[in-house]
Design a protein around this ligand. Structure first.
Ligand code: SF4
Ligand code: SF4
Length: 298
C-alpha cells in the first residue's frame, strides 16, 4: 500500500524524487515514477524514513514486483527501493506523527565548503532566526545552500525526540540534500502533513515546486530575487538582497544578551567591557543588527 504516487509531468525526474523524499521524511509511503540521476538517488538514500518506491527500478537498488514487500523492505531498511509491479491505488491510512527532532544528525547545515557563502547569507539567517524563534511552533527549514558552522566539532544529535533549542543561526537549516532541490523537498514535507510549524524553503531560483509550496501554505526565500527576507511571514515569499553597511555596538543600549553572537559571525566577539565588539573584519552585512532586539547594533 502506498499513500502517494508522484507522476506529475510538470516536474523533472529529480524533482519528483525530491518530493518523494520530503514525503518520506514525514514517514509517508510514496511511489515515484521517474528516472532520477545517480547523484539524486545517492542523496535520497540519506533521508528515507517512510517508504520510497521508484518505478522503473533504478540500477543498484533492490527491485520488487509486490508493492507490500517493496514498502516493507524500504521501511525496515530505511532505503529507497525499485518497484515494477502494477500501479497500486494510493490510499491514505496514517496520520503522520513526525517530529523533526527524529532527523539524522546531518540535517544540520554545517561544514560549509565556502565560508564566504555562509557569511554572505548571515543577514538572511538572522531574519529567519528572529522570526522563527518568536513562534510557538517547530519550524522546518529546507535549504539549497549550506552555512558555515560556528562550533567544532558539530553536536552529535541523537535520533530520538528532543527539545533541542537552536543556539546559533546556522542551526536553523534542518534539511540540506543536494542535488535534491529545497522547494520540492519542502513541498513533500508539507504534503506529508508536517503541522508542527511553518515549512520554509531557501531556494536559489523560484521553480514550479516552490510555487506549489507557497500555494499550499509553505514559505520560500528566493536567493536570486531582490527584497527583504524579513518580510517572509507577511507575504509567504521573499527575495533576498545583500547590502553592505558599517556597524558598531552602542554599549549604552546593549543588555549583554548575547543574541548577536549566535549569528556565528567571525567578526563579532565577546569583550571584557561587556558589550560585544565588532572587529575590523566586519563586512557590514547587518545580520547582527537584525538579531539585536535592543537596537544596540547600529
Ligand atoms: S544582541 Fe544586542 S543587546 Fe544582545 S549582546 Fe548583542 S548588541 Fe548587546
Ligand atoms: S559583525 Fe559585521 S559582518 Fe558580522 S554580522 Fe555584524 S554586520 Fe555582519
Amino acid at each position: 500500500m502506498v499513500e502517494f504516487i508522484i507522476d506529475d509531468p510538470a516536474y523533472g525526474d529529480d524533482e519528483k524524487l525530491a518530493v518523494a523524499v520530503g514525503l518520506s521524511i514525514t514517514f509517508r509511503q510514496a511511489l515515484v515514477k521517474a528516472r532520477p540521476s545517480r547523484e539524486a538517488l545517492e542523496a535520497a538514500k540519506e533521508s528515507v524514513w517512510g517508504a520510497l518506491l521508484i518505478s522503473p527500478c533504478p540500477p543498484n537498488l533492490p527491485c520488487f514486483n509486490d508493492v507490500e514487500k517493496a514498502v516493507d523492505h524500504s521501511e525496515i531498511f530505511s532505503t529507497p527501493v525499485g518497484y515494477e509491479g502494477p500501479t497500486p491505488a494510493a490510499t491514505r491510512r496514517r496520520v503522520s506523527t513526525f517530529n523533526k527532532h527524529y532527523m539524522k544528525p546531518w540535517r544540520w547545515a554545517r561544514e560549509g565548503e565556502k565560508p564566504e557563502v555562509g557569511h554572505r547569507l548571515l543577514p538572511l539567517m538572522a531574519c529567519l532566526f528572529r522570526e522563527l524563534k518568536t513562534l510557538d511552533a517547530v519550524p522546518i527549514v529546507v535549504s539549497d545552500v549550506r552555512l558555515q558552522p560556528n562550533t567544532t566539532p558539530p553536536p552529535d544529535y541523537m535520533v530520538v525526540p528532543t527539545s533541542h533549542a537552536v543556539s546559533e543561526v546556522a542551526e536553523i537549516v534542518d534539511v540540506y540534500l543536494p542535488p535534491l532541490k529545497a522547494g520540492a523537498l519542502a513541498l513533500g514535507i508539507l504534503t506529508g502533513g508536517y503541522k508542527a510549524g511553518p515549512v520554509v524553503a531557501l531556494v536559489k531560483t523560484r521553480d514550479y515546486a516552490t510555487q506549489r509550496l507557497i500555494e499550499m501554505g509553505g514559505y520560500a526565500v528566493v536567493l536570486d530575487e531582490p527584497g527583504d527576507p524579513c518580510n517572509l511571514f507577511r507575504s509567504r515569499v521573499a527575495g533576498y538582497s545583500y547590502e553592505k553597511r558599517l556597524y558598531t555596538v552602542n554599549p549604552a543600549l546593549c543588555d549583554k544578551c548575547g543574541d548577536c553572537l549566535k549569528t556565528a559571525c567571525p567578526a563579532i566577539a565577546p569583550s571584557h567591557a561587556g558589550a560585544p565588539q565588532i572587529l575590523p573584519t566586519c563586512t557590514g552585512c547587518g545580520a547582527c543588527a537584525l538579531v539585536c532586539t535592543r537596537g544596540a547594533i547600529q
